[in-house]
Design a protein around this ligand. Sequence first.
Ligand code: AMP
Ligand code: TRP
Length: 316
Amino acid sequence: MSKKILLSGIKPTGRPHIGNYFGAMKQWLEFQTVGQYDCHFMIADYHALNFIQNSDEMRRNSLELIIDYLAIGIDPKRSVLFKQSDVSAHTELAWIFDTITTMPYLMRAHAFKDAEAKDKEISAGTFNYPILMAADILLYNTDTVPVGQDQKQHIEYARDTAQKFNNTFGETFKLPEALIIKEVAIIPGTDGQKMSKSHGNTIPLFSSRDEIVKAVMSIVTDSSGDIPMNVYNIHKLFRSETEMKTLYDNNKGKYKILKEALIEDLDLFIKPLRERREEIAKDTDTIKKILDDGANKARSIADKKLSEIKTAIGVI
Ligand code: AMP
Ligand code: TRP
C-alpha cells in the first residue's frame, strides 16, 4: 500500500520560536518517525519575499532555517527537505490557479482583511498568498498538512481550489486535510497573546541561556491571581499536568520561583537543540548538498504532477 503524503513549511522570515515548534514542527518529527507518511518539509522563501526584500537577509534567513530544520531532527534520509524557489512548478501552478480564482474569494482571506483593516498597502503577492500555498500543497498530492491554527483557512483555500479545478478540468487533485492539534494550536507569547515573530513576544527555539532568562523575566504576570497564567500556559508545554499542579500549588503567588523553574525547564529543553545546531551550522557543504538533493526529489514529483495538470488544461 502506498504511503500517505505529508507536506508543511515555514517562511524564512526570522528565527523560529517555541510556538512554531510546539504548534507545527514537533508534529512533523512525530510523522517522520512513525514512517507511515512520505514527508516533505519546505522553506517557503517565495512566501517570505512578501516580507523580506533584501538579498543578504533572504539568503541568510533561508540558510538559518534549513539548519533549524536539521537541528530539531528533520532527517534528509527520511524526508524531502527543499526550498520552494528551487521548484518552479509552484509558481507556475499558482498562475494556473489564479485564472480559476475570483477576487472576492481572495478578499475573504483573514490575512488580507487584517492588512486592509490596518490600511496597509497590499502587494499582489500578499493578495495571492493563499493561491501559492494551495499550489505548494496540491503539487505533491498531499493528504495531511500539519500546521498551527493560524493556517487553517489557508488549507481550506487549498481544498476549495482543488475542488474548483477538479470540477472545471476533471479529477486531478486530492483534497488535503489540515492537522491541527487543539492543545497546541495557538501557543501564547510572553504577553499572553499568540506567540508571533511580528509581535515581539517570542521565545526563540534556539535561544541562548541569557535570552531565555530575558524572555521569561519579561512575561507579563497577572498580579491579581495566585497563578500567573501567562507563565503557566507556556510552562505546561514542558511538564505533565500533575507536575504542574504540584509546582503551582506549592508556589502560589511566588512568581519569581515559578519563573525560575520555567527558565530551568526551557534551558533543559533548548540546550541540546542549541548545541546540535552549532555543530550542524559548521558544515555548509553538507547543507548545500542536502538542499540540492531535496530540490531534485521535489522537482521530480512536482514536474510530473505539473505535466498532468498542463494536459488537463490543454496546454500540452
Ligand atoms: P510562520 O512562522 O508564520 O511561518 O509559521 C510556521 C508554522 O508555525 C505554521 O504552521 C504556524 O501555524 C505555526 N505557528 C506559528 N505561530 C504559532 C503559535 N503561536 N502557536 C501555534 N502554532 C504557531
Ligand atoms: N503560510 C505558512 C505560514 O505562514 C507557510 C507555508 C507556505 C506553508 N506554504 C505552505 C505551510 C504549505 C504548510 C503548507 O506559516
